[in-house]
Design a protein around this ligand. Structure first.
Ligand SMILES: C[S@@+](CC[C@H](N)C(=O)[O-])C[C@H]1O[C@@H](n2cnc3c(N)ncnc32)[C@H](O)[C@@H]1O
Length: 291
């Protein structure tokens, strides 16, 4: 099968998670199974493992890839998926979260995640969800937009207000490239395209990315067996802060804590990987074990 998405920090994930034959695994962002395939190859325990994603395209590929192997494939957001597992009394030896978007989400113009590939203003990871980028850019008021840009795009307040005003005045917006082009004049030098932060902010808002991460992290110790390992790969500082703060809190009482952190500093990609996979540039891996 063609490789649709190159997994980041793959060897590092295997090194810290240390999968062993027979162990159970839950992948909360299974995508195209880049990490999952390697881990399941070692554990060979398909029947006690679960692959979760909220993107129907990823689910279809997973179903085809693992057809007849007895693994559960769940189309849901990871918060509801974890809740469900806990309610059923299931716990796992390993849990992985690899946040952010997959390459097919970013590369396919029709998904509307990218200003570099002209497409509809969509950005929904779950294609059945009502809220899309079109609603955010064409219907949210200026103050709400400025808040999103400040909070999720980490723009300075004055700048966020300026961009929010541009978005409101330039309505209606019909495509990602049209919006990206209009935001070009808000460049402040540097290498990153001026629309990058705005697109990140809209995407996070559309998919409630940070809200779901924060709620889910709190549940995870209950979904781990004692000795179970949990790994999170983040792609920007907002995600990483949530994971870092959660790990700090969950490991604050030494041996009395729920978790012990295994990565003192976040693990990042080696040059070799950066060379073949630029997506790995901002990736940070943090891992903990359930006590
Ligand atoms: C970076 S990709 C994961 C790639 C995967 N590790 C691999 O190697 O193929 C992130 C995936 O997580 C999914 N995702 C993001 N947030 C999610 C959420 N809250 N619930 C369920 N899936 C989510 C996205 O749809 C996407 O397919």
């Amino acid at each position: 099968m063609e490789e649709l998405h190159k997994p980041v920090l793959l060897s590092e994930v295997l090194e810290v998670l240390q999968p062993r034959p027979g162990e159970s695994y839950m992948d909360l962002t299974a995508g195209y199974a880049g990490h999952a395939s390697e881990i399941l190859d070692v554990t060979q325990n398909y029947k006690d493992s679960v692959l979760v994603d909220r993107d129907i395209n990823a689910i279809r590929v997973l179903e085809e890839k693992f057809s007849g192997m007895g693994i559960r494939i769940v189309k849901a957001d990871f918060y509801n998926a974890v809740l469900q597992e806990i309610e059923c009394g299931n716990a796992f030896d390993m849990i992985l979260m690899d946040f952010g978007v997959s390459s097919p989400q970013l590369d396919r113009a029709e998904r509307g995640f990218s200003f570099a590939k002209d497409g509809p203003l969509d950005m929904r990871m779950d294609q059945s969800q009502e809220l899309s980028a079109e609603v955010v850019v064409n219907h949210y008021n200026e103050r709400h937009l400025a808040e999103i840009l400040e909070k999720y795009g980490e723009e300075k307040p004055g700048f966020a207000r300026l961009i929010a005003r541009e978005i409101v005045h330039g309505r209606p917006w019909r495509s990602t490239a049209q919006l990206g082009e209009a935001l070009k004049r808000y460049g402040r030098g540097g290498k990153i395209h001026p629309a990058t932060r705005t697109f990140q902010a809209i995407r996070i808002a559309v998919n409630d990315e940070l809200g779901l991460i924060e709620k889910t992290l709190k549940l995870l110790p209950k979904a781990l067996k004692p000795g179970g390992r949990v790994a999170a790969i983040t792609f920007h500082s907002l995600e990483d802060r949530l994971v870092k703060d959660w790990l700090k809190e969950a490991s604050a009482y030494g041996e009395e804590s729920e978790l012990r952190v295994l990565t003192k500093k976040p693990v990042t990609a080696e040059n070799e990987e950066l060379f073949i996979n630029p997506r790995a540039r901002s990736a940070k891996l943090r891992v903990a074990v359930k006590l």
